[in-house]
Ligand binder design. Sequence first.
Ligand code: CP
Ligand code: NVA
Length: 331
Amino acid sequence: MDLTNRSFLKLLDYTPDEIEGLLDLAADLKAKKKAGIRHDALRGKNIALIFEKTSTRTRCSFEVAAHDLGMEVTYLDPSGSQIGKKESIADTARVLGRMFDGIEYRGYGQQIVEDLAHYAGVPVWNGLTNEFHPTQILADFLTIREHFGHLKGIHFVYFGDARYNMGNSLMVGCAKMGLYFTACAPKKYQPDAALVAECQKIAAETGATLTFEEDPAKAAQGADVLYTDVWVSMGEPVEVWAERINDLSAYQIDQKLMNIAGPHAVFMHCLPAFHDHKTTVGKEMGERFSRDAMEVTDEVFEGPQSIVFDEAENRMHTIKAVMAATLGYKG
Ligand code: CP
Ligand code: NVA
């Protein structure tokens, strides 16, 4: 597998073998790190991290991974650059491409990160857009592989708003890697028909299946992984909360739903999660709505079937693999 100079913008651009290769590289880099073996072969390189939306995991993963690989990092925060305001994406890309060996971008429309990659002349990595969050899926799949030993044939059920970055990317990833994917959501929260059609074509080749189900109890039957995400994503207006809670309350992952799947099933979430009222937003929402108005209960989040922190750790190892592979790391 040679991914040198490739950008990582969405999983649709990558073959199943390339995705598997990135997961293998991540597992190898993880083992090296745990064993204290140096892997800083990218010394002397510089990368830029552009964040037009906030982040904990993604930013820290890029920074720690870059440092482990021996690279220097420049962070541009949501207010600290001219991007898209005083300067076009094309101009920004051509400037940063002259200074940096790779660029991470988190922001709004997918077209922005695609344009950045088109003009930069160096690898660009998608750290989340409205449409896709591809590095998250690598972490999720590494975690599933570690837990179950394989990806093919895993019954993967996504509950909640399935037409945004997480639902879209998980559907693409499952189609590519031969999982049995179910999106469990009301009709209006199901993924876009054009993306579904594209994924159905991929699934026909990989042995994956795609199912769309409105009944949570039916969807949970036989599930190996129950996955959810926040009901209101970054950049969406606070006004949509009431509607989301009304539409999605029945899709909350609670212990009853986990029990339908059985004790072998795991709970996953990209995080950040609303599972209690200890956060500012959680507290505000708790005061405005009922305590249960969240995508997962505290019981499940904190329970023995939850593997969310293994998943969060794997963000770092998989992002490291993406940077290493696209910047020509040779071990
Ligand atoms: N999962 C994820 O992308 O987390 P952050 O928003 O904290 O980066
Ligand atoms: N759907 C969420 C994912 C966060 C990692 C968001 O876009 O805010």
